[in-house]
Design a protein around this ligand. Structure first.
Ligand SMILES: Cc1ncc(COP(=O)(O)O)c(C=O)c1O
Ligand SMILES: N[C@@H](CCCC[NH3+])C(=O)O
Length: 473
């Protein structure tokens, strides 16, 4: 595990890494905040999940393999539902399916009593295939197609979060043609610089999502929705970004959105009944991360909302939030097999150990895309060998194909060993790709000593089916 200590000097001669990275006391120990509840290392040194040995999982399902602890994911979903359900007379939790959605996951989320946020026709199709109650689905997207809007209206989704003037007109027309009323939220842009990677921040002015509050577009969108036939305005929406630890951003967002809510009341004489403050709650990827649990987040957000509403003399709207990563992320680890190990000489006599595994940026693009940090452990055995600073890389034809930038692994890690990377339940399978024609990995759900395949491994035949060849003559 990582043992990052601010200010501590890198202790091992001959290896290079950030100065705060020092060898752990026990390279086999599992840092508890990073792993799903059912994961442990047995007396034989082997990692197991809900009673199943990772070697048997690898033998049965192959690697790379996403291994979901079903009880863990369900427990996180329930924790959000209960914590938010207990504030402001009952706030709603929409699981953000973009983090990871499959028919099985949609069923778990429905069974645990949450609602669902989808952001494309494809995600909506998975939800409907799972039999997810349409009235508990919210549809997002900055460029929803006519087909997507039609499908949402036909299914009777509970809310559509409108994101552009074009969409307001389009939706109004489609709903009117069908003789239905679309219930909408207006996605606002609150002008917050959230403390996260630029590519996953969504509330600063210069990005594509939402209507600016400061620029007056949000107020204009509300005017248009209130005036348009076939649409009913439920409330305002704000999502400031993803992987955020600092609750200050949510506070600023709530203040700005509720100020707009008060202005809407003053201008139109309506008090909007709902308010969605989005998702974005951060999770731990390394031992340095210290996220807030939902039973701290929920009362904190409720207090801000109640305080602002009191200040404006507004009735408290029904609050909703949209966590994705913080429900799915920690429930899953990815299991890889080591294929090659290389020691690469660096300047000044130092070296870096490259441990190459059988996946990479096709199953987890977050390191390459956001410079994300991950950690990992040797999973198929424990080891007494001294810890060596290592870089876990994939098999793709790209030098940025890094899975874990810096981690201490036992010095005897060798081909055939299994490595597990925790925190890969969100934005890994859902962002998987087939670069280099590497088929996408399977997802297996483990519960009570039983493993069930919930998404099968893609095959080369699957990939070749899409290739229609070169028709002659
Ligand atoms: C509108 C919206 N809601 C919810 C989420 C989920 O975010 P997270 O997975 O960080 O909780 C996202 C993704 O960033 C989003 O764009
Ligand atoms: N895909 C991003 C977060 C989601 C952004 C969606 N608005 C990540 O992996 O962190």
């Amino acid at each position: 595990m990582h043992a990052h200590e601010a200010g501590a000097l890198h202790a091992e001669a001959g290896h290079r890494g950030p100065s705060w990275l020092r060898p752990p006391d026990d390279v086999n120990a599992l840092y508890p905040g990073l792993w799903a509840q059912g994961v442990s290392r047995g007396d034989d040194g082997v990692l197991s999940i809900a009673g199943l040995d990772v070697r048997s999982l690898a033998a049965e399902f192959g690697t790379p393999l996403y291994v979901v602890d079903e009880d863990d994911l369900r427990a996180r979903a329930r924790a959000y539902r209960d914590a938010f359900g207990a504030v402001l007379g009952g706030a709603d939790v929409y699981y953000a399916g973009k983090a990871f959605l499959s028919v099985a996951v949609a069923r778990w989320i429905a069974e645990e009593g949450l609602s669902l946020d989808v952001c494309s026709g494809g995600e909506l199709a998975v939800a409907l295939r799972a039999g997810f109650p349409a009235e508990r689905i919210g549809l997002h997207g900055n460029n929803k197609s006519v087909a997507e809007l039609e499908r949402a209206l036909a299914a009777g989704v509970g809310r559509i979060i409108v994101d552009s003037f074009d969409e307001i007109g389009r939706l109004s027309q489609l709903a009117t043609e069908r003789g239905v009323t679309a219930r909408v939220l207006v996605r606002t842009k609150v002008g917050v610089e959230a403390h996260t990677h630029e590519y996953i921040a969504t509330a600063h002015e210069d990005q594509k999502f939402g209507f600016s509050i400061a620029g007056g577009e949000a107020a204009e969108a509300v005017r248009q929705v209130l005036a348009a036939p076939g649409v009913e305005l439920l409330g305002l929406h704000s999502h400031i970004g993803s992987q955020i630890y600092d609750t200050a951003g949510f506070e600023v967002a709530a203040r700005r959105v509720l100020r707009l809510q008060a202005e809407i009341r003053d201008e139109h004489g309506v008090e909007l009944p709902e308010l969605d403050l989005g998702g974005g709650f951060g999770i731990a990827y390394t031992s340095q991360d210290d996220p807030e649990p939902p039973d701290v987040l929920a009362p904190g957000m409720a207090e801000i909302v109640a305080h602002e509403c009191a200040g404006y003399g507004l009735a408290v709207p029904r609050l909703s939030v949209e966590p994705g990563r913080s429900i799915a992320g920690p429930s899953t680890f990815t299991l890889y097999e080591v294929g090659t190990v290389k020691s690469v000489p660096l300047d000044g006599g130092a070296s870096r150990r490259y441990v190459a595994v059988d996946g990479g940026m096709s199953d987890n693009i977050r390191t390459a895309l956001y410079d994300a940090d991950y950690s990992c452990t040797l999973a198929s055995r424990s080891s007494d060998a001294p810890a060596v600073l290592s870089r876990v890389v994939g098999k793709h034809c790209e030098s940025g194909d890094i899975v874990v930038k810096d981690e201490f692994l036992p010095g005897d890690v060798a081909p055939g060993d299994l490595i597990a990377v925790p925190g890969t339940g969100a934005y890994c399978r859902s962002m998987a790709n087939t670069y280099n024609h590497v088929p996408r990995s399977a997802v297996v759900a483990v519960r009570d000593g039983e493993a069930r395949l919930i998404m099968r491994r893609e095959t080369e035949d699957d990939l070749l089916t899409l290739d229609v060849g070169w028709p002659r003559g």
